[in-house]
Ligand binder design. Structure first.
Ligand SMILES: [Zn+2]
Ligand SMILES: [Zn+2]
Ligand SMILES: [Zn+2]
Length: 382
């Protein structure tokens, strides 16, 4: 396999990614585009304006800062460092959605948009609205992603290969995982039934019938719940990175740094932590990267679109397994018991990484901070 890594059977964890050459900190291990991706529905509804296909931001940095701070008079310095190139942007003539380029529009049209375009299929709007009432932010997946998978199977020239690719992702719907994507209520079964009926009614399907049966849809939800990778893009953070690299006088630097601090503070006040265009996707290689509570790699989106990059966070020797963390920074600091409770709930496995083994003598109780939170949760429910 090219690129300095190989896929290998690990036994208990299934396939894993292993280094085939030494990697230094910050080295790129691989880069890949998703089989399918989509922006989250509320993220799109709230005006986070991204390419309908690849999630590249469609706004200029100034439009972005103005929207996120609710201040229409902000003037962003060094506008030439903005990465958004509007000259190539194109729009769907039937529904008006935007694409960063003709390439993205053509891919979308061929793969799913010809079938799902709400300009030709107005009922799509109702499907999305029904979903939005079931799944509020913070979002973890979207009905758009499910609809795209179905439309891709329906429209694919090489349907067999696509289905094989999709079925290589873990997709068994167990009691614990059937409603993983919805996660926001105890009536996930009802929600799946409602969505299934609506999808059958909305999308004209000849070839993908087995995927929109109740069981088919349940395993599609399980597949996306267990393998979906979050994607975040931001024209402002790209601009900040470009500013950091630009040579300028100390005086200019001070003034632009203070502009950035103020902008972030005002964004925080207006939109909190929702700064990015957000969505999720399915990645063929990334799904093989296992979890460790002491990861040696991380996932980034340096092109500010759905192109995923796996990057080393420390030196990695040939033969070593390359792992990322499925848990966020804050959860990684929690006790072994708490980490594993989350991993079991969301990913259906118990972690046996070096850190977990080293902490195996820790008692099976949640740490004080965690049990406080659980009490809070109970208070809220009662
Ligand atoms: Zn694009
Ligand atoms: Zn359209
Ligand atoms: Zn672990």
């Amino acid at each position: 396999m090219t690129g300095g890594f190989e896929l290998r059977e690990t036994g208990s964890k299934g396939v894993g990614v292993f280094a085939a050459k030494p990697f230094a900190e910050n080295d790129v291990i691989f880069e890949e585009k998703p089989i399918v991706s989509a922006q989250f529905c509320w993220n799109e509804a709230y005006g986070y304006y991204a390419c309908h296909h690849c999630l590249k931001p469609m706004e200029s940095v100034e439009e972005n800062v103005r929207r996120l701070t609710a201040n229409t008079s902000v003037v962003v310095p060094f506008p030439e460092l903005c990465v958004t190139d509007k000259t190539n942007q194109v729009f769907c003539g039937a529904c008006g959605v935007g694409f960063c380029s003709e390439v993205c529009k053509t891919s979308a049209d061929q793969q799913y948009h010809n079938l799902l375009c709400p300009g030709k299929l107005p009922a799509m709007v109702h499907l999305v609205e029904t979903w939005k009432r079931m799944h509020y932010p913070p979002e973890t997946t979207s009905i758009s992603l499910i609809a795209r998978v179905i439309a891709m199977i329906e429209s694919a020239a090489d349907r067999e290969t696509l289905v094989q690719n999709l079925m290589s992702f873990s997709h068994e719907a167990t009691d614990e995982s059937s409603g993983l994507c919805l996660l926001q209520g105890r009536d996930d079964e009802d929600k799946i039934k409602t969505l299934q009926a609506l999808i059958q009614e909305t999308i004209p399907i000849n070839h993908a019938q087995s995927f929109v049966s109740e069981d088919g849809l349940r395993s599609l939800f399980a597949l996306i719940g267990r393998n979906g990778q979050g994607i975040g893009t931001s024209v402002f953070s790209e601009w900040v990175k470009a500013i950091e690299k630009k040579e300028m006088s100390a005086e200019e630097r001070e003034s632009v740094d203070s502009f950035i601090d103020t902008a972030y503070a005002n964004m925080n006040e207006h939109v909190g932590s929702f700064l990015n265009c957000e969505g999720s996707g399915l990645y063929k290689l990334q799904r093989c990267v296992n979890h460790s509570c002491q990861p040696n790699a991380t996932i980034n989106f340096p092109c500010s679109d759905h192109t995923l990059v796996l990057e080393a966070t420390c030196p990695i020797a040939p033969g070593e397994e390359i792992c990322i963390s499925y848990l966020d920074e804050c959860m990684l600091e929690r006790s072994r018991h708490t980490r594993n409770k989350t991993l079991k709930e969301f990913y259906l496995f118990e972690c046996k990484c070096d850190k977990c083994i080293a902490q195996s003598d820790q008692p099976d109780v949640t740490s004080e901070e965690d049990s406080d939170e659980e009490e809070d949760d109970e208070d809220m429910e009662s």
